[in-house]
Structures are given as structure tokens and as C-alpha cells.
Ligand binder design. Sequence first.
Ligand SMILES: Cc1cc2nc3c(=O)[nH]c(=O)nc-3n(C[C@H](O)[C@H](O)[C@H](O)COP(=O)(O)OP(=O)(O)OC[C@H]3O[C@@H](n4cnc5c(N)ncnc54)[C@H](O)[C@@H]3O)c2cc1C
Length: 325
Amino acid sequence: MAGAFWCIVEDDRKGSPKKVMAEVIGEATRLGGTAEAVWLTDKATDEGLAQLGAWGATRVLLLENAAFAPYQSDVWVSAAADLAAKESPKAILAPVTSRQREFVARLAARLGVGLAADSVGLAMDGDRLVATRPVYAGKLLSRVTWAKGPWVATLRPNVFRPAESQPGKTATVDRPAVTAGSGAAKFVERREEASTGLPELTEAEIVISGGRGMKGPENYVILEEMGGVIGAAVGASRAAVDAGWRPHRFQIGQTGRTISPKLYLGFGVSGAIQHLAGMRTSKVIVAINKDPEAPIFKIADYGIVGDLFEVVPALTQEFKRLLEK
Ligand SMILES: Cc1cc2nc3c(=O)[nH]c(=O)nc-3n(C[C@H](O)[C@H](O)[C@H](O)COP(=O)(O)OP(=O)(O)OC[C@H]3O[C@@H](n4cnc5c(N)ncnc54)[C@H](O)[C@@H]3O)c2cc1C
């Protein structure tokens, strides 16, 4: 429909939208737009389509084609740009994930419009959309709008209020014909990272972060144990990643992942500006550090001055008791 708010679907590669889509669709609806889910995939499940409707998408534009997996940005961009030319959406919104931040940036360039990347607020001002986004590593917030549409934005996870799932609500499913060409890159090999069994860093409601104070890779097991008890993802500072203790995909910060969980617990993290850039929008920040002067205490809501190797087991024990695990 012309004038719709497109919500580009991020899925789990198994045919279901990720729960961050509740936030994107919820925000599109809250802004007064007609929320339409645009889903490029090689396989969508009926449950996945039903879920998009239950979150409030009125229509799903399903682009289902083997060429869309594994993801190649140029293949996706050509198909989505063709569809945008036919459908004239008013806005194109997507969650901040590794592939969406690349895909949506290239799509905006193809459409010749601006992109508000990593937005933490969206609001209508009369008949134009205004996005709020952090700049200078989160030190300032800037408000931007678009010279022309469609308005393209990526939304930081865990910031926008998610739509409640209403199982009775359904979306019309359209399968528009689009050309899925072949990409410039050739797919060679896919290697699945072994799952930690813990939530994904950027989607988790609770994140535990371990810094150089962890002293070595073998000690992360105590953070993972705590993660298992409270359902948290375990991330790391760049010092820990550079030391080879954790893979880069777990790095939080300016040159790593940006997270915005309900609760962030930092163990042995000093709070360098580049680390804060990736986690300062967390709702509640708890810092555990043996140095009372550590800069992280300046932005922490709660702090424990102590040795993490004593604090972590004690906290895990207490969480277990409280949660009766
Ligand atoms: C261009 C650029 C980009 C960068 N990007 C990032 C980024 O994305 N993410 C990032 O994290 N950093 C990034 N950095 C690096 C950043 O500047 C810091 O060097 C890094 O964040 C420090 O990591 P840390 O806090 O783990 O280590 P440190 O600063 O060494 O702090 C370790 C802390 O652990 C405490 N500690 C030690 N032992 C214990 C114990 N037993 N119990 C409790 N506390 C203890 C210490 O008191 C100390 O405060 C970047 C730097 C640059 C220049």
C-alpha cells in the first residue's frame, strides 16, 4: 500500500521472525502508520507469518526465494528497491542487526534517500518523521529528519516498546513477483558458531560483561554459569577480545556490538568511553570492580567495590536461591 510503514523482517534463518520485530512493528503502529512486514527469505513458516500479524502487521509482503539465503546484500537490495518503486512506502524501518544495518544502508543509497541509523527514538512532527540517534559515541543525541522519503531508519533493539502479541490478529500475505538476481559475491562456505545456549547479545534483556579483570578465558565459565541462572547473554570488553579470551562477536562497544538491555552487569570492566558507547543506553547498569575510582561507577546505577572472583559466585548463589533453580 502506498504510504505504508515497512518493517523489514529479521528472522532466525529457520522461518520465524525474531522477537525484536515486535519492537519495530509496535513502533510503526504507534507512529500511526500502516505497518507492513517485508520479509526476504528462502523459507517462511505459517507460524512466522501468523506471528507478524499478531504483532500488528496488516500485510506481509513475502519475498520467498532460494536466492535470498544465504544473505547477500546486493541481491536483497535489488529486490527490495524494485518493490519499493512499485509500492512507494512512506517509511522503511528495520532493527539494528549485523545484516540489516548493511542491507538498509545500501537500500537507502539505492533509493537516494537518507538513513537514520541506530535510532533510539522516533516521533511524528506534523507530517514528517524525526529520529533521535546517538552521536560521538553516545555522548550526544541528535535529532534528524529526511529531505525526502521514504524515511529509512534502523532501530536499536530493546529501546522501543514491543507490540503485544494478539493471536486473533492476522495479516494479509502477498507474494509480489520480484526478480532475485545473482549477487556479485560467490558463496563459499557457511560455518555455524557453536551455540552457547545463552540468549543472543543484542537481543538479551540481561547482559553480563567481563573485562580484563576476568584475568583469563578460563574464568568466563563463572559468568556463563550466572548467565544460565538469570537468562543473560555474556559479552566482553575489547581488552578481553583483543587478548583472545572471547570471539569478536561478543565484544560490546564502539567497535563491537551496541546493546540496550534492561540490566547490564559489568565485571572487571573499567568503563572506557569506547565500551560505554555500546552499553550506556542500558536501563539499569551494575558495575563490579575492585577499584573504587573506576570510571564505570560514574554511570552505574548500582556498584559493588570488590573482587569479582568473590562477588560472582556469591551473586550466582543468591540468584539461584531467589529463582529457586
Ligand atoms: C578506536 C578504539 C575503539 C575501541 N573500541 C572498544 C570497544 O568497542 N569496546 C571496548 O570495550 N573497548 C574498546 N576500546 C578499548 C577501550 O579504550 C579500553 O581499552 C577497554 O574497554 C578496556 O577494557 P577493560 O575495561 O576490560 O580493561 P581495563 O581498562 O584494563 O579494566 C579492567 C578493570 O578490571 C578491574 N579489575 C581487575 N581485577 C579485578 C577483580 N579481581 N575484581 C574486580 N575488578 C577487577 C580493574 O580495576 C579495572 O578497572 C577501543 C579503543 C579504541 C582506541
